[in-house]
Design a protein around this ligand. Structure first.
Ligand SMILES: *Cc1c(COP(=O)(O)O)cnc(C)c1O
Length: 484
């Protein structure tokens, strides 16, 4: 059957992968802007025009079609004018490893489905635990930071319920999670999924720049306990999604230790610091966490998905173990990763990081992350010195937040310009920037994760931002600025 990758289709497989790779390579080479700028209506028309119910057209034709449909309109994270979200250009060795995964299609749920793959994932977990400073930690690869956070809070919930001196049903609605307002939205979403009370996530005050105040944490826990709540976990964020600031992990850990509460460190964004020789100290204290989220697909230049949850105490993972006769019966002594994961069938994402570490080395990955942090600092300096822009805080990682001070506009008009500027650039496809809200006011956001991007590249984006703002201000920001 020519439809499947088997021993009888190896020639087809070889030529198809080679042809596909050369199409992709051509697109990378030709991308003159981060996206085509085609309108949503136009893209919808092209998507709808494809007949997915007809009989097959053959793989070469189908691939040519997606070249014209998808690759033509893809968003290119390697392009220097892409500066919107936490997307990175991906490491070459990881992309090669992804090709291996796609064809072999292993699943690292049970040992008998993956054999050496399971052992390789476990080695990597040991290595990542070592970066954190867990002496005998454990963990598992996940689909992303959202799943890692959910998993960590699930384990924390089980630990808190086991310790509570009351029945589960009584304890559950009393559980409380502490985090700052800048923590990732998956924290609140996890609380919902875990059946916690609507008000389970207690917002801890920050220092005005998004970093948790340890004293405020202690106060918040004291008053929660006084009103009958059971502290379940504290989530410290090591790299907030917007500002890229890091909660003072060691001081937060001290508060957690004193109260015997589970500390989860969400290092989805900041995990690249684990392998930075220049900035590893920013994560000091992370080894005192009970669980840690790392997103290799954010700051280790890995293709999506590549993430993990790490725990300090291997036995903590057992709370999620479940057994099925056909899969991982209790008496089975093989190392079945499914016992540790929320997923069953699971990608062998670890292979990508494995090949990256062998090919490039952890130090180099750390240098690449340092490079984007250096770039963000240089851009922040430039924004700070620019009369038409206003810097909103200093990131410890690689984001730059700023507002517009376009001539002849009021603060209110400047706020209204933010959405309009983002949209004008998005619709042109020439530069992609993000927007967010800080202290109740909209602002523009650059997330820099491309170590090849230069200061001049980013200054060019800022130039486009200012031009768009001036044009919009001239024709009435209120009309244009409204979000679609
Ligand atoms: C991106 C992010 C997450 C979510 O990770 P996904 O991989 O997108 O699911 C969680 N926490 C923080 C701080 C993040 O920046």
């Amino acid at each position: 059957m020519p439809e499947l990758v088997t021993s009888s289709t190896t020639d087809l497989y070889r030529s198809l992968v080679a042809q596909t790779a050369s199409r992709v390579a051509a697109r990378f080479a030709e991308a003159t802007q981060p996206s085509s700028g085609a309108s949503r209506a136009e893209l919808q028309r092209q998507v709808d025009a494809v007949d997915l119910t007809a009989s097959g057209v053959g793989t070469p034709t189908a691939i040519r079609e997606i070249d014209e449909l998808f690759l033509e309109n893809a968003v290119w994270f390697h392009h220097p004018a892409y500066a919107a979200h936490l997307n990175c250009p991906v490491a070459l060795p990881a992309v090669a490893a992804e090709a291996v995964l796609a064809a072999v299609n292993p699943s690292v749920d049970t040992y008998d489905q993956s054999t050496v793959g399971t052992l390789m994932e476990r080695r990597l977990i040991d290595v990542a635990a070592g970066w954190i400073g867990f002496h005998a930690g454990d963990g598992v690869f996940t689909s992303g930071g959202t799943q890692s956070n959910l998993h960590a809070l699930f384990l924390a919930r089980e630990a808190a319920l086991a310790e509570a001196r009351m029945p589960r049903a009584q304890a559950l609605p009393r559980l409380a999670v502490f985090a700052t307002a800048s923590s990732h939205f998956s924290v609140g979403k996890s609380a919902l999924l875990l059946g916690l009370a609507d008000d389970a996530v207690i917002v801890v005050a920050d220092d005005g720049e998004g970093r948790m105040l340890p004293a405020a944490l202690d106060d918040a826990m004291a008053s929660a306990v006084a009103s009958g709540r059971l502290p379940m976990a504290v989530v410290a964020t090591a790299g907030t999604t917007d500002r890229g600031v890091i909660d003072p992990v060691a001081a937060v850990a001290a508060v957690c230790d004193a109260r015997g509460v589970w500390l989860h460190v969400d290092a989805a964004y900041g995990c690249g610091l684990l392998v930075s020789r220049r900035r590893r100290h920013l994560l000091d204290g992370i080894e005192r966490a009970r669980s840690v989220t790392v997103d290799f697909h954010k700051s280790f230049f890995q293709p999506v998905s590549s993430s993990a949850i790490l725990v300090r105490e291997p036995r903590d993972l057992a709370a999620g173990a479940w057994h099925a006769d056909y899969l991982n019966p209790l008496e089975n002594e093989e190392p079945n990763q499914v016992d540790k994961s929320l997923q069953t069938t699971r990608r062998f994402d670890a292979l990508k990081l494995w090949v990256s570490l062998r090919a490039i080395g952890a130090d180099r990955i750390g240098e690449m992350f340092d490079a984007v942090i250096d770039l963000a600092q240089a851009v922040s300096d430039a924004v700070d010195a620019d009369d038409e822009l206003e810097l909103v805080g200093w990131s410890q990682l690689s984001t730059v937040l700023f507002r517009l001070r376009t001539e002849g506009t009021s603060a209110h008009e400047q706020d209204a310009l933010v959405a309009g500027v983002r949209r004008v650039l998005f619709e042109s496809g020439r530069a992609l920037v993000a927007k967010t809200v800080i202290d109740g006011r909209p602002c523009l956001k650059l997330t820099l994760l491309n170590p090849e991007t230069t200061l001049d590249d980013v200054l060019a984006i800022l130039g486009m931002v200012k031009d768009a703002a001036t044009t919009l201000a001239g024709i009435g920001a209120e009309l244009i600025g409204a979000d679609a």
